[in-house]
Ligand binder design. Structure first.
Ligand code: SAM
Length: 280
């Protein structure tokens, strides 16, 4: 693997901040991440943001096929050159924004493993998208800014527990794979990073409409974090009156004076079912 600084310099390019371009510059770190994924010659992998190929190269050597979605058209010829230089031909590069990519179409009849050292400015959106299409994903290994990883891992009742924690914990078992320091990247970021593993669950008996309602309830509950659930959930996008919110909370067996950050995933499911019954 050629050092990303050298590759960019040779081509007169620069790392784009708006694209979150902090490239992994240590081959051993990239290799370690790939080894943790447990991919083999049967696995098709979706890589989000391959960049200059730090992860793509060891990944392609270990799995059946890599589909790599990269938004930055400028760096794709460099990535192609790196792959060709190593004689790697099981990588398909798609020049697209991952937020606009049809991941179900990429999967076809297969199930994917997803890997990405994510652009940090859109990592929450990418993760939410994966939650919604998780039927075609077995597991994902994603690198986040350490603080966001911490929020995702935190339990109900702690200060870091957030809307995204509740949604993602509903959809997956989350575990920490590794903490990665700033010296592993070019250019060196000012933040620490963490790789998390997500093992996605099936639908837990919830239909698509139930799930959309659940995510709306979680969103409404966290919309005014400091308020009680009774106040936070009335009005707003869901358009529920205070009286109806009170009935739903009572039917779900949840004290109306509690705040969103104290509810675990099962309590959110119970609450969304009670809200669903209001409309029935
Ligand atoms: N995987 C490489 C590595 O580890 O060195 C690059 C990681 S860098 C943190 C993030 C990569 O995501 C960059 O290559 C960037 O161009 C790409 N990217 C940024 N926004 C994207 C988007 N919306 N869709 C796809 N790729 C994107």
């Amino acid at each position: 693997m050629t050092h990303p600084g050298e590759l960019l310099k040779k081509s007169g390019l620069y790392a784009g901040k708006e694209l979150g371009q902090n490239f992994l510059s240590h081959p051993t770190t990239a290799q370690m991440i790939v080894e943790k994924t447990g991919v083999d010659k049967e696995t098709t992998v979706l890589e989000i943001g391959p960049g200059l190929g730090a992860i793509t190269l060891p990944l392609a050597r270990s799995c059946k096929q890599v589909v790599a979605v990269e938004k930055d058209r400028r760096i794709i010829p460099l990535l192609e050159e790196e792959l060709a230089g190593e004689g790697i031909c099981n990588v398909t590069i798609i020049n697209q924004d991952i937020l606009k990519t049809d991941i179900r179409e990429i999967a076809g009849t297969e199930k994917l493993v997803v890997i990405g050292n994510l652009p940090y400015n859109i990592s929450s959106q990418i993760l939410f998208k994966l939650v919604t299409i998780r039927q075609v994903v077995t597991r994902a290994f994603l690198m986040f800014q350490k603080e966001l990883a911490q929020r995702l891992l935190s339990s109900a009742g702690t200060k870091d527990y957030s809307r995204l924690s509740a949604v993602v914990q509903y959809a997956s078992k989350i575990s920490r794979v590794a903490d990665i320091g700033p010296n592993n990247f070019f250019p060196r970021p000012e933040v620490n990073s963490t790789v998390l593993r997500f093992d996605f669950f099936e639908t837990k008996g919830m239909g698509e409409a139930d799930e959309i309602l659940l995510f709306s309830v979680i969103k409404a509950a966290f919309s005014k974090r400091r308020k009680t659930l009774h106040n936070a959930m009335s009005g707003g996008e869901m358009g529920l009156t205070k009286e109806l919110v009170g009935i739903a909370l009572k039917n779900a067996g949840i004290d109306a004076s509690r705040r969103a950050e104290t509810l675990n995933v099962q309590e959110f499911i119970d609450l969304s079912k009670a809200v669903g019954k209001l409309n029935a």
